[in-house]
Design a binder for this molecule. Structure first.
Ligand code: PGA
Length: 252
């Protein structure tokens, strides 16, 4: 299972130091030893370097992920952060197309597709988020929305595979109504949506699905029973290192 803590625009250097100390002192390495669990922390771009460095220094088995990358490779694009930059700062992958980026910053399916391709080319693991809003769900449009979000990404991944690219891709199902709301999608919801999305869908390989949206210590055990899931993308709950550790223990 792959567990990604999406810190969003939270955490400062001090708090990151404390967070990693808690993981270190409470034996994250021992807990993960011999297990198939992999964990990643996703700080804002400015702390990628710092988290990567601290993780290395403490010998923590933790990957570092970015929360987004640019649609451009490099050059005169003021304020942008490219795949090469995040890799240079120690990240091995990136969350892409998070609904908060789609909603507040104009992220489009086309942009997410370009970013996916750039990540794959560079060997950085994309975690591509998709999910429907409450209005779309109530209008019975969930499946068409999700397919629309994933179709061009699927073409991009298929193209990369044809060229021999074998960088893993994760698809994070994050219903917008479940994010930060305290209401998680039920196991039945998730199972139904993922099987319908996969059915007759041109995804070029067995999809690796993550789930995100109000995952916490109370529901992670139940949700982890879903054989369709390869892991979780968690925001609020995993800002607390003790909850993160307890979640890892619960899944171990
Ligand atoms: P949440 O956020 O766990 O706080 O609901 C998940 C996400 O946005 O990735």
């Amino acid at each position: 299972m792959f567990l990604v803590a999406n810190w969003k625009m939270n955490m400062t250097r001090d708090r990151i130091g404390e967070y990693l100390s808690v993981l270190d002192q409470n034996g994250l390495s021992g807990i993960l030893e011999g297990s198939t669990l992999e964990v990643a922390l996703a700080p804002t771009h400015v702390y990628l370097d710092f988290v990567a460095e601290e993780v290395r220094r403490r010998h923590l088995p933790v990957k570092v992920f970015a929360q987004d990358v640019s649609t451009r490779t490099e050059g005169a694009f003021t304020g942008e952060v490219g795949v090469r930059n995040i890799q240079d700062a120690g990240a091995t992958g990136s969350i892409l197309g998070h609904s908060e980026r789609r909603r507040y910053f104009g992220e489009t399916d086309a942009g997410v597709t370009i970013k996916t391709g750039l990540c794959l080319n560079a060997g950085a693991i994309p975690v591509v988020c998709f999910g429907e809003s409450l209005e779309e769900r109530n209008a019975g449009a969930t499946l068409s929305v999700l397919r629309q979000q994933l179709t061009c990404v699927a073409d991009e991944v298929a193209g990369a595979r044809k060229n021999g690219n074998d960088t893993p891709v994760f698809l994070a199902y994050e219903p917008v109504w479940a994010i930060g709301s305290g209401i998680n999608a039920s196991p039945d919801d998730i199972r139904n949506v993922l099987s319908a999305v996969s059915e007759g869908f041109p995804w070029p390989e067995l999809p690796r699905f993550l789930y995100g949206g109000s995952v916490n210590l109370d529901n992670i055990g139940l949700l982890s029973g879903l054989k369709e899931l390869s892991g979780f993308l968690v925001g609020g709950a995993w800002l607390d290192p003790d909850v993160f550790l307890d979640s890892v223990k619960a899944l171990r």
